[in-house]
Design a protein around this ligand. Structure first.
Ligand SMILES: Cc1cc2nc3c(=O)[nH]c(=O)nc-3n(C[C@H](O)[C@H](O)[C@H](O)COP(=O)(O)OP(=O)(O)OC[C@H]3O[C@@H](n4cnc5c(N)ncnc54)[C@H](O)[C@@H]3O)c2cc1C
Length: 417
């Protein structure tokens, strides 16, 4: 863990989720001395509990024009796609107004193009890194199936056309084709859209850990400690940890849903909301395997085969990050998942996590506006596992004064700070 002549590390990365681990590894690849700090093992929080989809097609965030048509059913607070906390909404009217403003049709193309560039760059890195990290067996190039129980060919075709406009391939499937693709599932779906360029992994937490080991193997330092504060220190930074300080020339804030906490004392009020979600895993039936992630379009949940069982993930719960858990959405969708995939008893407990989301559903990737040497890398919403590597690599490039390799202008922190 090299330090330079001033006893300062070049870069300290705060947060060892997929974004922080990626930033640390990419900075190390550029020859910088790097320390990665987290209070937990790498990949133990949001980057552990997600659905593990490396999605080529997630370029249209939740706040797109179709949201307005869905609002009546979402406002009822009964749909599995979205539950929202009235008290939270009343305390955060600005976030909601900006989130809805970003759903306007005029906002679709610029955001889709920006996310397309980020995703493309990130999938390339994932496919390289997962092999270099010795975790190649964890990636499945089997695509991702979005499926409709009703005969909604129109919705599937509309999705296909929208994706094709951005050069993203998919295949339209009927009931028979779905059965041929997934012979182990029950024939409940009439229509499917297979995202053929999408991959998935069998344990996003273990993939993140493998990338962290690759970083350590390349000479990076990993420190496990609670981060208390970051303060300016001459021409660099002092990061106060529960068990000591680190001095660094550059600090990268990659704390996912916790990122605003340490930035507030520096005068940055980050409008980050948390779209919480849950998962539970179940013992798979070996004679009726699930081969790829399936997104149940009408009921807004996902089932995917993981290392430890079939993981069922829920839709969005819009509430405070640390509010008590509510299992209503998961309780509603688990029986629906069971009507598709035959699985047994639960494995382990229910997991809860928080998708970190800015009002325009684009991440912040770039320098903090008023503090040289402070870098922001968070807000990767529903697709942070997919986009973590390119988010981190872009930050590392910026620190090194190099070009990130894709257009990062839409992700500039100055749009909110
Ligand atoms: C239900 C669900 C399903 C999802 N499915 C997918 C999917 O299929 N594909 C996809 O691409 N994305 C998916 N996502 C989104 C994705 O998981 C996140 O966007 C991504 O994991 C965010 O990564 P991160 O590194 O920013 O945050 P995190 O992984 O949360 O990392 C932040 C780290 O900061 C650390 N930390 C915070 N505060 C402190 C402190 N004070 N001191 C020390 N350490 C601290 C935490 O311990 C944590 O390790 C899903 C999310 C959810 C909730």
């Amino acid at each position: 863990m090299a330090q330079n002549a001033n006893n300062k590390t070049d870069v300290v990365v705060l947060g060892a989720g997929i974004v922080g681990v990626s930033a640390a590894y990419a900075a190390r690849q550029r020859g910088l001395s790097v320390i990665l700090v987290d209070r937990r093992e790498p990949g133990s929080e949001t980057s552990y509990g997600n659905a593990g989809i490396l999605s080529s097609g997630s370029i249209f965030p939740l706040n797109q024009p179709s949201l307005f048509g869905n609002l009546p059913k979402y406002l009822s607070n009964r749909h599995p796609a979205l539950r929202w906390d009235v008290g939270w909404a009343l305390r955060n009217p600005d976030w909601i107004a900006r989130f809805l403003a970003s759903a306007r049709a005029s906002q679709t193309k610029p955001r889709a193009l920006a996310l397309r560039g980020l995703i493309k760059a990130s999938l390339k890195l994932h496919r390289e890194w997962i092999v270099s990290a010795g975790a190649g067996k964890r990636i499945r190039e089997t695509g991702w199936l979005k499926a409709w129980r009703s005969d909604n060919v129109g919705a599937a075709k509309a999705d296909q056309t929208a994706l094709a406009e951005y050069g993203i391939k998919s295949e339209l499937l009927d009931r028979q084709a779905i059965s041929a693709l997934e012979p182990g599932i029950l024939p409940v779906y009439s229509v499917g859209l297979l995202h053929t360029e999408t991959a998935s992994v069998d344990s996003p937490g273990n993939v993140t850990k493998a990338y962290a080991r690759m970083f350590a193997g390349a000479g990076g330092g990993i420190r496990r400690s609670d981060i208390k504060s970051i303060t300016g220190d001459g021409d660099g930074w002092r990061v106060a940890l529960a068990d000591g300080d680190i001095r660094a020339r550059h600090v990268v804030v990659a704390l996912g849903p916790w990122s605003p906490d340490l930035l507030r004392p520096l005068g940055y009020r980050v409008p980050l909301a948390t779209e919480r979600g849950y998962h539970r895993e179940f013992v798979p039936n070996a004679s009726r395997p699930l081969r790829r992630p399936i997104h149940d379009a009408e009921n807004a949940f996902l089932m995917t085969p993981m290392e430890n069982g079939i993981r069922v993930t829920s839709g969005v719960e819009l509430t405070a990050r640390d509010a008590p858990s509510s299992y209503a959405q998961l309780d509603e969708v688990v029986p629906l998942a069971r009507s598709v995939v035959e699985f047994g008893e639960p494995v382990g407990e229910v997991w809860r996590g928080a998708r970190p989301t800015l009002p325009d559903s684009l991440p912040m990737i770039g320098p903090a506006p008023r503090h040289p040497g402070l870098w922001l890398a968070f807000g990767n919403q529903h697709i942070g596992f997919t986009t973590g590597p390119a988010t981190g690599a872009a930050i590392a490039a910026m620190i090194a004064g190099a070009e990130p390799g894709f257009d990062t202008s839409a992700f500039s922190p100055t749009r909110y700070l």
